[in-house]
Design a protein around this ligand. Structure first.
Ligand code: GLY
Ligand code: MN
Ligand code: MN
Length: 438
């Protein structure tokens, strides 16, 4: 759990990095309609949540280092007993102070009257310009309002600074409390993948297998998936962001599952690929073992002090050499790598940062160079090979095979920790688990 003390530390650390005479403004996520007047379950914006843990929409967080009446200000919805009967409890400004530690809180309906006063006289505004267009316009209107009063002595802010730069660098480095939560998200997700391996049967629909996973997420205390679960049988595994999950699974095909739960606002992200009938064919095994070798070697390359790009390079080398050996690519390995010939079958990068967002924030390059890996970073390692059923170049026997294997790796002071090691991935171990259905 992230304690109130931890949220306060984050705000303190951010304010310590802000320049003098400045103010930071962070907005909550809007609610998103699903159809007409029904909404998707609400998920707070990660930046907003990271700094205060306040879970409601229509809220604005303001940090004003050095403000005498309090540095941490929240604007939020007022209490409304009639609406609360329909939509649930609201903290209200009083609750924002009492439960979330705000120094000062105001109704969001008063923001036009109050925020210009907080902005006035500040030299710099830290803000994520362009993230919320409506709010951008409000902010510009408030600044113009102050400009309009310049002759009366009002001083508008002169500088807008990208908040993401400071905040996302903080989020990139996970503290022990965050790692504990991520371990739990990973463990629940690994268990769910094991359950799916044991539940799959030819004829089952992809969404039914999805239900097996998500059933476990909820049973284990993770209310939602961290992203839309991908369950693709046969050639559907070659569609990287396949989420329709509405086809029947065929005997003799592989199924690729890319799914992870969100636990206390932190994501897990696991992919496993396994045979619908419990046994790999020779061709499936050949591709699978190649992806697995690439993944294991790339995980070995995840080490503090090495470049972000190194694990990716390793996967490119192993996969290109392996595809040549299998006769799927033809030519000299070094030339094929230079030409990027592998991108026909391996068209994404080997991983990404992982945290509150599945594709988490944080720069991958610093001063135009791939950054060095450091303790506190968490990333995925997820090479794949996808030979589309429509491919004309590969021999027929390979077509329709899509394999990805993905684990979550934390870099710690002691080395690296594979958070998702609880779900098997060698052919022998996968087949053994699938055969063991109790
Ligand atoms: N599930 C999205 C990804 O693996 O990047
Ligand atoms: Mn994934
Ligand atoms: Mn991923």
């Amino acid at each position: 759990m992230i304690t109130e003390k931890e949220f306060a530390r984050r705000r303190r650390d951010l304010m310590a990095m802000m320049e003098e005479d400045s103010i930071a403004i962070i907005t909550a996520s809007p609610e998103k309609p699903r159809s007409r007047d029904t909404y998707y379950p609400y998920r707070q914006d990660s930046d907003f949540y990271y700094l205060c843990g306040f879970p409601e929409p229509e809220a604005v967080l303001v940090l004003i280092p050095g403000r005498a009446h309090g540095q941490f200000v929240i604007f939020c919805r007022d209490r409304d007993p009639a609406r609360e009967i329909w939509d649930g409890y609201r903290a209200g400004p009083e609750g924002a102070c009492e439960q979330y530690g705000a120094d000062d809180a105001f109704p969001i309906s008063d923001i036009d009257d109050i925020l210009p006063g907080l902005l006035e006289g500040k030299a710099r505004v830290y803000y994520a310009v362009g993230k919320d267009r409506d709010f951008d316009q409000h902010l510009m209107a408030w600044v113009n309002d102050i400009r309009g009063r310049a002759r009366a002595g009002a001083v508008p802010p002169g500088e807008f600074i990208d908040l993401d730069h400071l905040l996302h660098e903080m989020r990139l480095f996970k503290k022990p409390a965050e790692l504990r939560i991520m371990r739990k998200a990973a463990k629940i997700s690994a268990e769910a993948h094991c359950r799916a391996m044991q539940a799959v049967e030819p004829g089952m629909y992809e969404y039914q297998l999805q239900a097996e996973l998500e059933h476990h997420f909820a049973r284990a205390g993770a209310h939602f998936p961290a992203y839309s679960s991908i369950v693709g049988g046969g050639g559907n595994a070659c569609i990287l962001h396949y989420i329709s999950n509405d086809c029947p699974l065929q005997d003799g095909d592989l199924v690729l599952i890319d799914a992870g739960c969100e636990y206390e606002h932190y994501a897990a992200d696991i992919t496993r690929t396994f045979p619908v009938n419990g046994g790999f064919t020779q061709e499936q095994k050949a591709i699978y073992d190649l992806v697995l070798t690439a993944q294991l070697e790339a995980i070995d390359a995840v080490q503090a002090g090495r470049h972000w790009d190194e694990p990716h390079k390793v996967t490119v080398e192993v996969i290109t050499a392996g595809l040549v050996e299998l006769g799927i690519l033809k030519g000299k390995v070094s030339e094929l790598i230079e030409k990027g010939a592998y991108t026909e079958y391996y068209m994404h990068r080997a991983g990404h940062w992982l945290g509150m967002d599945v594709h988490d924030v944080g720069d991958y390059k610093v001063d135009n160079e791939w950054r060095l890996l450091e303790p506190g970073m968490v990333m995925t390692v997820e090479p794949g090979i996808y030979i589309s059923p429509h491919d004309r170049k590969a021999a027929k026997k390979w077509r329709g095979i899509g394999v990805r294997i993905e684990d979550d790796v934390a870099i710690t002071r002691k080395g690296t920790e594979v958070l998702t090691a609880g779900v098997p991935k060698t052919v022998t171990d996968v087949e053994a688990l699938m055969a063991d259905r109790g």
